[in-house]
Ligand binder design. Structure first.
Ligand SMILES: O=S(=O)(c1ccc(O)cc1O)N1Cc2ccccc2C1
Length: 380
């Protein structure tokens, strides 16, 4: 890791903090988060000079830097631990703001823009810290992982783990849970394999990708929770057997796509945007009642954060819903590792303009033109 990478990323997002609407910046939880970042930046700056030494101190630095490296790694671990509740704290700050002030579309747009970049910045900082502590922290290397990156991440296995754990939660709370059918299609050998039940081991070559298993798990666990809840609640009054979830994994030449389909009744287009909106996901209006009773409560940020994990390595997470029937959730990953570099927020004029310009009001309007709705007399 370039020695200045971490302080640069911390400093970038701290500068952006200062552009936030005062109504959010002044919230107690946000003030506390800002304090954590200042503290952590100061911790890192203590190591600033270690890398800039002239020749004659080099020998001294060698012994010192080994000792220093330990202190540097310890400092990173302390920073990672200090920031472990930042997502919850900022969500609390959003909640405090909604209770204390009226929020207009402009503030909502700024909060959405900021939190996407703030959480992406945080994912990248935690990634750097984990890489450093795993590579230099002395812990034994888990079977040729590079830090937290698995060069042969077995997608089906992570799907099975996420399904099993989400299903356990679902059974505990609803005393029922849908089955899962897994299909996978490999562009290279043009065959589609169907695994009826997840524990059945297919004898075909596993679909693997260079990825961070914990990121993939986080996304899948979130999607399984949503789909299981949807299927159980949509069908419980119908006392039918629950329709199974279906997953298809397709390894293409550029994309590795995972599509999870449920028959959970879906969601209307007008509500869909709320699922990724930090302001709605932290509020308690009926709209989020959909997704915030136990055991899925407290996962209000689950979808926006999962989408950030997907986008961090230039992938994406997309929902398409058929209201009244069910929802497809698609995770797109880069099939080629060289394409999967980090996607980082950049602090520049464009970003500053985002906070300073007021968002244009709607420049489309819906006209009811009665002439269009005059039915021709029916001939039937
Ligand atoms: O909005 S959803 O279509 C939905 C959203 C995301 C997802 O991953 C899967 C989904 O199915 N859906 C979530 C949910 C919860 C309780 C009752 C009904 C529903 C409908």
């Amino acid at each position: 890791m370039k020695p200045k990478e971490l302080p640069v990323r911390l400093a970038n997002i701290m500068k952006e903090f200062s552009l936030l609407p005062e109504t959010l910046l002044s919230m107690p939880s946000v003030v506390e988060v800002s304090g954590l970042y200042k503290q952590s930046l100061n911790d890192l700056l203590l190591f600033e000079d270690v890398h800039e030494t002239n020749e004659e101190k080099l020998n001294h630095i060698h012994t010192f830097s080994y000792h220093h490296l330990d202190r540097f790694t310890e400092s990173l671990i302390r920073i990672r631990d200090r920031h472990k509740d930042v997502v919850l704290m900022t969500a609390q700050g959003v909640m405090e703001m909604k209770e204390a002030h009226s929020v207009n579309a402009n503030i909502e747009a700024n909060v959405q823009y900021f939190l996407d970049r703030f959480y992406m910045n945080r994912v990248s900082i935690r990634m750097l810290i984990n890489q450093h502590t795993l590579l230099f922290g002395g812990s034994p290397n888990t079977h040729n992982h590079i830090g937290c990156i698995d060069p042969h991440c077995d997608v089906i296995r992570v799907i099975e783990d996420a399904y099993t754990n989400a299903r356990f939660l679902c059974d505990q709370y609803y005393l029922a849970s849908p089955e899962l059918i897994i299909k996978h299609h490999n562009e290279r050998d043009h065959k589609t394999y169907i695994l009826k039940s997840p524990h059945e081991k297919g004898n075909n070559s596993p679909i693997t990708v260079v990825y961070v298993p914990s990121h993939l798990y986080h996304m899948l666990f979130e999607l399984f929770k949503n789909s299981m809840r949807a299927v159980v609640e949509f069908h419980e009054s119908k006392s039918e057997t629950l329709p199974p979830l279906e997953i298809i994994v397709v390894l293409g030449s550029e994309d590795l796509t995972i599509k999870l389909s449920d028959q959970g009744g879906g969601i209307s287009r007008s509500l869909m945007d709320m699922l990724f909106n930090y302001m709605y996901s932290t509020a308690q209006p009926p709209a989020t009642a959909l997704l915030d009773t136990p055991p899925l409560a407290g996962y209000g940020y689950g979808l926006p954060l999962s989408r950030l994990y997907a986008r961090y390595f230039h992938g994406d997470l997309v929902l398409t819903s058929l209201e009244g029937y069910g929802t497809d959730a698609l995770i797109y990953l880069k099939a080629i590792s060289s394409e999967a570099n980090e996607l980082l927020p950049v602090y520049n004029k464009t970003c500053q303009r985002q906070y300073t310009t007021s968002h244009q009001t709607n420049d489309w309007s819906s006209q009811v033109n009665s002439a269009m709705f005059i039915r021709p007399f029916s001939t039937s």
